[in-house]
Design a protein around this ligand. Structure first.
Ligand code: COA
Length: 210
């Protein structure tokens, strides 16, 4: 099986390294809009851009969307779904800790050192980043990014397209809406409405977008 990764930036390299550690793929390569000006990402080749996608995918190839922006990752993933018959990869680093009864949606990346505890559901197209910790009975929506070292206690809900930034902490039984940003280092102790950005300790809103 081969792996074609869309997006050859830093996040793409992390995804490629995770895929390599999985020892599932005989070949890993990228497409990126910077091609042909840029032809390498780390040790991996960039072989084209989105326009050439169809000619690069065969029945032996899975595709992974490695785009950090939640909204763009969702848009590109949905474009792929509309094309049909393109199998999306789900990448789970072998050095993660997954408890029983955890479900992980298609197209999600779970990075090294992440811990996902029992009875938690992770949506599709998520980034569960390095050394983040998601405890029991969480429900994480689609296209969410739980960033490096973020910690979610038990029974937390996170709505689709939300971004829990680096080292943020979310207390138990909290509901975070859709399209929320929880700032770096914030400690969330109250529910957060859709599309709010909250920062600080305890976390308070700084802005709302339409
Ligand atoms: C929350 C965040 C996304 C907001 O970014 P932004 O919309 O550009 O916000 P701004 O930089 O305009 O800051 C707005 C105000 O909030 C404050 N603020 C922003 N982020 C903050 C944070 N994490 N903690 C405390 N205050 C913060 C700023 O100091 C500023 O206050 P001021 O108006 O009094 O000067 C960003 O600050 C952040 O936390 N980024 C982390 C991203 C991350 O985790 N990256 C890792 C990817 S793997």
């Amino acid at each position: 099986m081969k792996l074609l990764i869309i997006g050859a930036g830093g996040h793409g390299k992390v995804a490629a390294d995770c895929a390599a550690k999985m020892q599932k793929y005989s070949e890993i390569f990228f497409i990126d809009e910077l091609f042909p000006q840029v032809q390498k990402s780390g040790p991996w080749e960039i072989v084209g851009n989105m326009a050439g996608l169809n000619s690069l995918v065969d029945q032996n190839t899975e595709v992974f969307v490695a785009i950090g922006s939640n909204a763009t990752r969702q848009r590109v993933s949905e474009e792929l779904a509309r094309l049909g018959n393109i199998p999306l990869a789900t990448l789970i680093h072998p050095k993660t800790v997954l408890a029983d009864h955890v479900t992980i949606g298609e197209g999600t990346l779970v990075c090294a050192g992440a811990i996902i505890n029992i009875s938690t559901t992770i949506g599709k197209g998520c980034i569960i980043n390095t050394a983040s910790s998601i405890d029991h009975d969480n429900s994480i929506g689609d296209y969410v990014h739980i960033s490096v070292g973020a910690r979610l206690a038990g029974t937390v809900e996170v709505g689709s397209q939300s971004f829990v930034c680096i080292s943020a902490t979310v207390a138990n039984n909290i509901k975070i809406g859709n399209g929320v940003t929880v700032g770096a280092g914030a400690v969330v102790i109250r529910d957060v409405s859709n599309y709010q950005t909250v920062v600080g300790v305890p976390a308070r809103p700084i802005k709302e977008v339409d």
